[in-house]
Write a protein that binds this ligand. Structure first.
Ligand code: IMP
Length: 191
């Protein structure tokens, strides 16, 4: 397989996978195949959402494709915001609003354990495959760092002293939930 569609237009994600696959695979974005629709994420799990996006692309455009969905799962919040991570503070809110809401929800909480989890759904040759990647860490009580995106300024991965937003893209991309899932995907595609 020479080309595969990644059902996203997120630059961070496209750059990250471009670095991991290092030219071994030609990755097309949704814009590259002329898909400008917002694919609604109506599932109640990361797995469902990843499959919804990948199936949409396969059915409408007939290409090999994969899609991902990620959630921040906080132990003291019973796994929230989880599948609702992108709209935790409500529809129309941005990452800063979501992060502020999270810090508020944890204000009086000692247990700061959390994890990022990514699920990738791959649709090739009429088959569906799921891959996941998990990174554990903790949520600090104030934002630190300017890199990354989303909840990065408040998440410190286990074994590190800095947030994802302080560690920089290179370090983050070598250990992140998404990188782990992408590595599994790439390994499968090349096996
Ligand atoms: P998505 O499914 O990858 O679009 O992620 C859903 C939401 O999770 C995003 O809107 C971000 O708020 C958050 N998120 C996903 N990946 C990351 C990450 O690598 N760092 C911080 N937040 C993330």
């Amino acid at each position: 397989m020479k080309e595969i569609v990644f059902a996203t237009n997120n630059r961070h994600k496209l750059d990250e996978i471009g670095k991991i696959t290092a030219g071994r695979l030609r990755i097309l974005s949704l814009a590259d195949i002329g898909c400008h629709e917002e694919i609604s994420e109506t599932g109640s799990t990361l797995e469902e959402n990843a499959l919804i996006k990948a199936r949409f692309v396969r059915e409408k455009y007939g290409c090999h494709c994969f899609a991902d969905d990620t959630g921040l799962e906080v132990e003291a919040l019973d796994g929230a915001p989880g599948v609702y991570s992108s709209r935790y503070a409500g529809a129309g809110c941005n990452s800063a609003d979501n992060t502020d809401k999270l810090l508020k929800a944890l204000q009086k909480t000692e247990n700061r354990t959390a994890r990022f989890r990514t699920v990738i759904a791959l649709l090739v040759n009429g088959e569906e495959h799921l891959f996941d990647g998990v990174i554990r860490g903790k949520i600090i009580s104030e934002k630190r760092g300017t890199g990354g995106f989303g909840y990065d300024p408040v998440f410190i991965p286990d074994g590190h002293a800095q947030t994802f937003a302080e560690l920089g893209d290179e370090t983050k991309n070598s250990i992140s939930h998404r990188a782990l899932a992408i590595h599994k995907l790439v390994k499968y595609l090349y096996s």
